[in-house]
Design a protein around this ligand. Structure first.
Ligand code: C5P
Length: 215
């Protein structure tokens, strides 16, 4: 296998409150089904990490592994289940994935070993004080919000994961594990539609976007 899509979909969806999030449907299709279908044309195989005891939704064809307690351990299980040269890690919870972003991330991963979709921050950023009021302004210059997909040479990402496991280091994404070990990560312009469905408000946005996306 040359390129594999790895989809961590083993989260419990606590903040959304509708059961395991990857199985939640938007306009008749599961979040996982939408993510897998967007990736499949660009890769040689699709691998999904599922919550223990659950099977794939009917609208998804993929090889599966059982996920771990955290996103990080779910991705490590996926990495160990493939021999692909390049892997693309993508959250099931980001169902609207433009093909141009997938192609750009794969190309950058091949070129420098690690890459992620990301967007320059548009809002003013402030760290709140202990009481929740305005604390410290953070200049947004050169700040990017990190999305997925993220692309890696598999050997590079596996080494970073194993080092993080040994050191007890936890990260919320995979590119962060590469950066921690001093590796270069290319920022590839992502897309506003790649937002992660996390809260009920995000689900409402996804429901509004789906008919336009599907048309
Ligand atoms: O919780 P969060 O929205 O950050 O999760 C991001 C992605 O990681 C989701 O697609 C979720 O299903 C996945 N995940 C996982 N295993 C976990 C926790 C989260 O595969 N234990």
């Amino acid at each position: 296998v040359r390129v594999a899509a790895l989809i961590p979909a083993a989260g419990s969806g606590t903040r959304l409150g509708l059961g395991p999030k990857a199985f939640v449907e938007v306009a008749g299709r599961s979040l996982l089904g939408r993510s897998a279908a967007a990736l499949a044309p660009h890769v040689d195989e699709v691998l999904v990490a599922l919550p223990a005891g659950l099977e794939l939704p009917a609208d998804v064809t993929a090889r599966t592994v059982t996920g771990g307690d955290t996103r990080q351990t779910s991705v490590l299980a996926l990495l160990r289940a493939t021999d692909a040269e390049v892997v693309l890690v993508h959250d099931a919870a980001r169902p609207f994935l433009p093909g141009a972003v997938v192609r750009a991330v794969i190309a950058a991963a091949r070129e420098i070993g690690a890459a992620t979709a990301a967007l320059p921050v548009a809002d003013t950023l402030v760290r709140a004080g202990p009481g929740g009021d305005w604390g410290t302004l953070t200049p947004r210059e050169r700040l990017w919000a990190v999305q997925t997909p993220q692309g890696f040479r598999r050997d590079v990402l596996l080494a970073a994961h194993e080092a993080a496991l040994t050191d007890g280091f936890a990260a919320t994404d995979d590119a962060g594990l590469i950066a921690r070990t001093g590796g270069a990560v290319r920022l590839v312009p992502g897309d506003a539609r790649l937002f992660k469905v996390t809260t009920p408000g995000d689900l409402a946005l996804a429901q509004a976007l789906a008919p336009v996306w599907d048309a």
